[in-house]
Design a binder for this molecule. Structure first.
Ligand SMILES: *[C@@H]1O[C@H](CO)[C@@H](O)[C@H](O)[C@H]1NC(C)=O
Ligand SMILES: *[C@@H]1O[C@H](CO)[C@@H](O)[C@H](O)[C@H]1NC(C)=O
Ligand SMILES: *[C@@H]1O[C@H](CO)[C@@H](O)[C@H](O)[C@H]1NC(C)=O
Ligand SMILES: *[C@@H]1O[C@H](CO)[C@@H](O)[C@H](O)[C@H]1NC(C)=O
Ligand SMILES: *[C@@H]1O[C@H](CO)[C@@H](O)[C@H](O)[C@H]1NC(C)=O
Ligand SMILES: [Zn+2]
Length: 406
């Protein structure tokens, strides 16, 4: 069965409510022994400590009747969006009738169908992603990533961004690749077009206000997506990112009963299998709980010793994964991260580069499949064997007495 994120968040809040460790800006107070945070690589806009945007209530499906949402809907051209019906979900977050979902809607969670989604990185590369942040546990993860100057893709929940704005700004400034994971973490196919647009755009708005840039990458909660949701994402300018390896860290306490040893064993198995890999990977991890952050920290050095680790934007050689093309993030060859304010004429990576990566496009030539690995299957409904359907996972989770959350 599934458990809604809000329930999990409440459990996590109870588990961590003890000492008051939150500053006025919602960031966890740094323990005195914490390493100092490096100066931002990406310049951030001024921030008073209080968001000024008109954001909707947290952890609830974003409203569709606000002036902002009406404006967003007016600006979008949705005529090409597929008309598959909204999928009814149970209160606990599973499709009410999975068998009724039409195969032609290319629903990934039920059939593994891929349509221009990113699911792997090129051979030898591990796409490092952490979902569901920022949370009060994120600072520890970001500290650890800083020790090896490691960048990751962070799929942020809008409600969590407005609760932890200082952590969001830290990650943005550090040059992590910031991406959208909806406002309230509900299954995307359970939402109307208008609700889904609102969920993405309010999250985008929070990132823009705090970080000064507009994200262009998205990961659906639970991997729940079909061609209707993809059409909405494309209309909003987004690339959809799934995964091929699931650490199942989301099942660790308080989300479930998965142990650290079980999560470690999954990493060990993938590392052992790496010499026979046919592709690189795109891996599902979370900055959701103390446990998931601890598992991430314990296993990252071993992963770094086995693969080139980088954000998913870097494994696609996309130096410009934001709407603002003057912001440059690291690419496959580790190109520098920063902002091109027009005074640096020594490269071609300026705002005019459109599709991005013009300055670094050839850098990934050691892995020729780099920029196409995410879209080679077209709409042909190719099942990803590494990923069982949610229905199967749900059966397994019920059998284990565990709850679905990812
Ligand atoms: C909206 O998109 C459709 C199909 O993608 C296109 O034919 C049409 O010209 C677009 N309309 C506007 C106003 O751009
Ligand atoms: C980047 O471009 C945006 C407009 O797209 C502009 O508002 C912003 O000031 C630029 N940033 C820098 C540092 O030049
Ligand atoms: C542009 O960036 C360069 C190098 O970081 C810096 O020296 C310069 O002051 C910046 N110019 C503006 C107008 O921000
Ligand atoms: C950068 O190059 C453009 C086009 O060649 C030129 O117009 C501009 O003055 C240059 N800017 C600087 C700061 O050198
Ligand atoms: C200017 O571009 C070069 C070449 O990509 C890069 O090495 C350098 O760091 C850039 N400088 C700034 C201030 O962005
Ligand atoms: Zn999630």
């Amino acid at each position: 069965m599934y458990l809604k994120l809000s329930v999990i968040a409440a459990l996590a809040a109870i588990a961590t409510a003890a000492p008051s460790t939150t500053t006025a800006t919602g960031a966890p107070a740094a323990p005195s022994s914490a390493p100092s945070v490096p100066a931002p690589l990406i310049p951030l806009p001024p921030f008073s400590g209080t968001l000024v945007g008109a954001y909707p209530p947290q952890d609830k499906i974003a409203p569709t009747d606000t002036p902002l949402v009406k404006q967003w809907l007016q600006e979008l051209n949705l005529t090409a969006v597929a008309t598959w019906p909204v999928v009814p979900f149970t209160a606990s977050g599973a499709p009410q009738n999975p068998k009724a979902i039409p195969a032609a809607s290319c629903d990934w969670t039920e059939t593994g169908c891929i349509n221009k989604d990113m699911t792997t990185c090129p051979l030898g590369v591990w796409g490092l992603t952490y979902d569901d942040g920022p949370t009060v546990y994120s600072g520890k993860l970001y500290d650890f990533l800083d020790t090896t100057d490691q960048k990751a893709t962070l799929f942020y929940i809008g409600s969590n961004i407005v609760q932890n704005p200082a952590l969001a700004r830290r990650a943005c400034g550090a040059g992590h690749h910031i991406a959208v994971h909806t406002w309230s973490h509900n299954p995307s196919t359970s939402l109307t077009n208008e609700q889904f647009v609102a969920e993405v755009k309010y999250t985008e708005m929070a990132i823009k206000e705090l970080c000064g840039f507009t994200p262009r990458y998205f990961r659906p909660p639970y991997g729940d997506i079909d061609d209707r949701i993809r059409g909405l994402l494309w209309a909003m300018g987004y690339t959809n990112v799934i995964w091929d390896y699931d650490t199942n860290d989301w099942m660790m306490a308080p989300g479930g009963t998965r142990t650290m040893a079980q999560v470690d064993a999954a990493f060990a198995q993938w590392i052992a299998a790496a010499p026979a890999d046919k592709t690189g990977h795109m891996v599902l991890e979370h900055e959701l709980y103390q446990n998931t952050v601890d598992a991430a920290i314990a296993n990252l050095p071993k992963v770094q010793a086995t693969w080139k680790t980088m954000p998913v934007s870097a494994c696609m050689n996309d130096a410009h994964p934001y709407l603002e093309k003057n912001i440059t993030l690291a690419t496959m060859n580790g190109a520098k991260t920063g902002v091109d304010n027009g005074t640096n004429n020594s490269t071609t990576s300026t705002a005019a580069s459109g599709a991005g990566s013009s300055a670094t496009g050839s850098a990934g030539s050691s892995t020729a499949s780099g920029t196409t690995s995410h879209s080679t299957t077209g709409s042909g409904a190719v099942a990803n064997v590494a990923v069982p359907s949610v229905a199967l996972l749900a059966v397994a989770a019920v059998a284990l007495g565990q709850m679905m959350l990812f």
